[in-house]
Design a protein around this ligand. Structure first.
Ligand code: KIV
Ligand code: ZN
Length: 534
């Protein structure tokens, strides 16, 4: 039984986070993220929305059995995490959620229905009485399947508090064990949200016997502040995502809520079970799996979160780190940019360092990454941890490498037309080549790749950045594309040549499209049941 000051961390990166435009992950990526979340020590993993599509259901099922059944190595807690599936208030959604999570040791069904007059009138076209009856019926139905049932009154932040108290009291009677209070559109201010939670605890019969949870969106940049206000008012579960990914402006960020609780523990008087030293590593994993870069100034996990640029700050840091640091970088697993390996380093040293950094590679993947490392070490004097991570990230990508880059040659400059000659290995192992001209070297390369792969996609985003400082830095390219009606797909590529990095990222995004071509899914679980489009 956790102590009264224990805050349960409910991670919804795989559900609300995955609803961010273009953030969709493959089933293999979801499983990898779920394993990392379990090791991090989250109490609950919301693994997905099983009614959305057969693929979503399968991903939740595999997380339930692979991550939610047995103790997880490296996890701070002995018990595996609770595995939760989201469902609208319909029998078919609840059945699908139960099919998804029932293989876990500690399954949970999370069902939701809006309570604000705005949603009732315009979206659900239901009266308050009809809404209450539906919520009660569906919570009771979920409870007949699963002993752990969470209910969320969607848009609680804009709902009439008195009506909210009535609905919540009724669903507690029907069997709900956790009441999650969402500020669905990120509208409330911290004092309002804190008062909403305090009011629910005070005025809802039965509220003291269940867990009250907070779920805040970041439309006004207040998601973390609102979550903390709700926790300080008595909530004991926070629904959060890694890097704050999620619908629109995102959700409250796990790392910020957890580190605020830890750093200001004496004032806040709360604690979590999270192993904070894993925060930077999981932030990178989520960024790689979703294609969402982490801004350098992002609190806790951004590249500059512990960098000190100004002379005055550097002077203070040398005298005493406490002058400008409220947390130690090692407490969140932030790495110092260390010179680690050179061109004379062997495979064993390379593999050992990658394992220390949390990127264990084996077999072919290790060999490929080592060859890339050797090429890089020939061109670049100092190979840093960040370089190694960028190389390993390419090899750890869980999207199958259907098409692969064999070679690329470009001609460009101030005269003549940029030309690219590309050789690709197709899924059957045959080599195919094509040459094309374009407005620049990347455009020419992409045209040649398109002529070979013949998969019509729209290029939505293209970004390239240097992994470390200096002109010899490794370049990391991120590409987002859309094929027909599919959700957008992303790809990542790293190389010391920026055009090669761009080509690798584009090919990876095409592989992503091809690997999920069979998937049909609901775009948005907050839609009404009739809008389902599987
Ligand atoms: O923001 C929201 O209201 C949600 C619910 C489904 C909990 O994500
Ligand atoms: Zn949400």
């Amino acid at each position: 039984m956790p102590s009264a000051s224990y805050v349960r961390i409910f991670d919804t990166s795989l559900r609300d986070g995955e609803q961010a435009p273009g953030a969709s992950m493959t089933s293999a990526e979801k499983l990898e993220v779920a394993r990392a979340l379990a090791r991090l020590g989250v109490d609950v993993i919301e693994a997905g929305f099983p009614a959305a599509s057969p693929d979503d259901l399968a991903a939740v099922q595999s997380i339930a059995t692979e991550v939610g059944r047995e103790p997880v190595e490296g996890r701070p807690q002995a018990e595996p995490p609770v595995i939760c599936g989201l469902a609208r208030c319909t029998r078919s959604d609840i059945d699908a959620a139960w099919q998804g999570v029932r293989g876990a040791k500690r399954p949970r069904i999370h069902t939701f229905l809006a309570t604000s007059d705005l949603h009732l009138k315009h979206k659900l076209r239901m009266s308050r009485a009809e809404m209450t009856a539906k919520a009660v019926e569906m919570v009771a139905y979920a409870r007949s399947l699963c002993k752990d049932v969470e209910f969320s009154p969607e848009d609680a932040g804009r709902s009439d508090p008195e009506f909210l108290h009535q609905v919540l009291a009724a669903v507690i009677k029907a069997g709900a064990t956790t009441l999650n209070i969402p500020d669905t559109v990120g509208y409330t201010l911290p004092d309002e949200f804190g008062a909403l939670i305090a009011g629910i605890i005070k005025h809802t019969p039965g509220a003291k016997d269940v867990i009250i949870s907070v779920h805040c969106h970041d439309d006004l940049g207040l998601a973390v502040a609102n979550s903390l206000a709700g926790l300080r008012a008595g909530a004991r579960q926070a629904e959060v995502t890694i890097n704050g990914i999620g619908e629109r402006a995102g959700n409250a960020s796990l790392e910020e809520v957890v580190m605020a609780i830890r750093t200001r523990g004496a004032k806040i008087g709360l604690q979590t079970g999270i192993d904070t030293t894993q925060l930077c590593r999981i932030s990178k994993l989520i960024s790689r799996s979703t294609g969402y870069p982490v801004p350098p100034n992002k609190a806790i996990v951004g590249a500059n979160a512990f960098a000190h640029e100004s002379g005055i700050h550097q002077d203070g840091m040398i005298k005493n780190a406490l002058t400008y640091e409220i947390m130690r970088p090692e407490d969140v697993g932030a790495m110092h940019t260390t010179l680690v390996l050179g061109k004379h380093s062997g495979r064993a040293a390379f593999s050992k360092r990658l394992t220390e950094l949390g990127y264990p590679l084996e077999g072919d993947a290790l060999l490929k990454a080592f060859n890339e490392f050797k090429k890089l070490a020939d061109r670049k004097k100092a190979v840093l941890d960040a370089d190694l991570i960028a190389l390993a990230a390419d090899e750890l990508a869980t999207v199958p490498e259907l098409w692969a880059l064999e070679s690329l040659q470009v001609m460009c400059g101030t005269t003549g037309l940029p030309t690219a000659s590309v050789r690709l290995r197709d899924p059957d192992g045959k080599i195919r080549s094509h040459a094309a001209i374009g407005t620049g070297p990347v455009d020419a390369t992409y045209k040649a790749i398109n002529a070979i792969v013949q998969l019509p996609v729209e290029l939505l985003e293209f970004g390239i950045s240097a992994v470390t400082e200096g002109v010899d830095a490794l370049a990391e390219a991120t590409v987002r594309v859309r094929h027909e009606e599919q959700r957008s797909s992303h790809g990542h590529g790293a190389d010391s040549d920026i055009v090669v990095a761009a080509a690798k990222a584009y090919i990876a995004s095409l592989n992503h499209v091809l690997s999920r071509q069979s998937t049909g899914r609901v775009l948005h679980p907050q839609s009404t049941p009739t809008e389902i489009s599987t």
